[in-house]
Design a protein around this ligand. Structure first.
Ligand code: NDP
Length: 503
């Protein structure tokens, strides 16, 4: 095979890549060694900002195939026909820790899917849990700070972690899932993915529906126990990244069934839970999941940095037929994802091959900016309206109008939500005895590292979800159960005050 010639970044041949240009032997090195200067200065700039969340991840390509007719609910082109296939790219990730952390950390897992549709890229940026810790984006930066490191010690801090959660009781449902063995999935292939948010689907008659997505693993749910996860973190910190790559390489393609739950706007008005509260699920008995498609991952990226590190997903990437719901966390994410990618990758990150639309052309009047590496619109008009044949908006792509009302104010969710009932249902109904034993052990071994007053405050919340659940945690932590009960009967504000001081 003919060898490729080594060149500099501008194509000129390089004569020697082993010896710097020196004045005599031993030197010094001459500044006119432009090859050395280019090589060093590019190396100096290799690192880009790490994602503030979801820093460690693995990705793969594949396809999504429609298996049921959903045209009465949505006019989305990629969902328009049974048998229709759309190329996808998916990135799985851990959430809280840095890029060098272990894949087996207890953490939710990101489950982000990019559908390269003929109407533009549609991103479904979910997690492996159907709910989330908080339901207002104003709390998000605070929440994430508590999952990272203490400002003074730069260590993970159980006081920060549990202080915030115990002062944020709506987190109890997600905390219960996180501390079940689902908080340490065996691999990325052995977990489900959920939209978590409610989204809007609308059809070509302008009727709309609320929808929740569930990607169900066809490999079966499998998790690591706490002990297995501890061993795995030391033995192979990259085990899930390795597993995904190797499974695809050997042709053992992982797959997921896509199920949706559908709610009409009329049902949403009177539903017993707020359908836009991301700390709640829609119980299956109320809204049975309907299978509508299947996703298969069958191709590894060729270059991790180019395709996985530079991959950028946003819940704001919709296509006609799919739109946002009033879920406040979703509304915050509609802003934050594009914003963080512009910081991380620059304003033209949509031009990178993994992020660019593949199913349709991109035509608009946005121009220039750092790293504009396509033809930047060539000589075509860069303003609208124009009379020189530039692209025109298509009113058919509009989301049907919807009513909004009320006062502009900082206000809570309107439903008298019970933040504890679904966590209790999960503990009582969905978990097996073994699940419950592991849950209690996982909580106790973590919460025991926080201050006693924080242990009491958090255990009172477990008790509110389910008396047995709280009692078992109290027992594991050797807490006074009467005090736990007393705290559980207080309002959130009273409990916070009663546990504000101490150690
Ligand atoms: P169901 O009995 O119909 O559903 C229970 C669901 O719980 C299962 O289908 C499974 O979801 C999930 N599950 C089972 N074990 C665990 C676990 N250890 N950790 C997390 N999830 C688990 O009851 P409901 O629909 O009434 O829900 C009861 C509780 O189940 C909810 O409060 C919620 O905590 C949890 N759940 C509900 C989901 C929903 O969309 N209704 C989705 C996921 C969890 P899956 O099939 O998705 O694996």
């Amino acid at each position: 095979m003919k060898k490729k010639m080594l060149t500099n970044n501008f194509g000129a041949p390089v004569d020697d890549d082993q010896n710097s240009l020196t004045a005599g032997i031993p030197g010094p090195v001459l500044i006119q060694d432009v090859h050395l200067l280019e090589k060093l200065s590019h190396f100096d700039r290799e690192r880009i900002p790490e994602r503030v969340v979801h820093a460690k991840g693995a990705g793969a390509y594949g396809y999504f195939e429609v298996t049921a007719d959903v045209t009465k609910y949505t006019k989305a082109g990629f969902l328009s026909k049974v048998g229709k296939r759309t190329e996808v790219f998916i990135r799985f990730s851990t959430v809280g820790d840095m890029k060098g952390s272990a894949d087996a950390e207890r953490d939710p897992r990101g489950f982000a899917v990019k559908f390269y549709t003929e109407e533009g890229n549609y991103d479904l940026v979910g997690n492996n849990t159907p709910v989330f810790f908080i339901r207002d984006p104003l709390k998000f930066p605070d929440f994430i700070h508590t999952q990272k490191r203490h400002p003074a010690t730069n260590l993970k801090d159980p006081d920060m972690f549990w202080d915030f959660l115990s002062l944020t009781p709506e987190s109890i449902h997600q905390v219960t899932i996180l501390f079940s063995d689902r908080g340490t999935p065996k691999t990325y292939r052995h977990m489900n993915g959920y939209s978590s948010h409610t989204f809007k689907w609308y059809n070509d008659k302008g009727e709309y529906f609320w929808v929740q997505y569930h990607f169900k693993t066809e490999q079966g749910i499998q998790n690591l126990t706490r002990a297995d996860a501890e061993i795995m973190k030391g033995k192979d910190p990259d085990h899930a990244t390795r597993d995904l790559y190797e499974a695809i390489k050997r042709g053992d393609y992982p797959s997921w069934r896509l199920e949706v739950q559908i709610m009409t706007p009329e049902e949403a008005e009177s539903y017993r839970f707020d359908p836009f509260d991301i700390t709640k699920v829609w119980p299956h008995a109320d809204y049975p999941p309907i299978t509508i498609g299947r996703m298969v991952l069958n191709r590894n990226p060729e270059n991790y940095f180019a395709e996985v590190e530079q991959a950028a997903f946003s819940p704001a990437n919709f296509v006609p037929g799919i739109a946002a719901s009033p879920d406040k966390m979703l509304q915050g994410r509609l802003f934050s994802y594009h914003d963080t990618h512009r910081h991380r990758l620059g304003p033209n990150y949509h031009l990178l091959p993994v992020n660019s639309a593949k199913g349709c052309p991109v035509n608009n009047y946005q121009r220039d900016g750092f790293m504009r590496f396509d033809n930047n619109g060539g000589g075509s008009p860069n303003y609208y309206p124009n009379s020189f044949g530039g692209p025109e908006p298509d009113p058919k792509a509009a989301e049907p109008p919807f009513e909004v009302s009320g006062n502009a104010a900082r206000q809570r969710y309107k439903h008298p939500n019970d933040d504890f009932v679904q966590a209790g249902d999960l503990y009582r109904k969905a978990m097996t005895d073994i699940d419950r034993d592991h849950l209690i052990g996982n909580i106790v071994s973590h919460l025991c590292n926080a201050q006693k007053r924080i242990q009491y405050r958090q255990t009172a919340i477990f008790y509110k979800a389910d008396a047995k659940y709280g009692s078992r945690v109290a027992d594991g932590l050797q807490l006074d159960l009467d005090e736990v009960k007393r705290l559980s009967e207080m309002s959130h504000e009273e409990r916070a005050k009663a546990t504000a001081q101490g150690t």
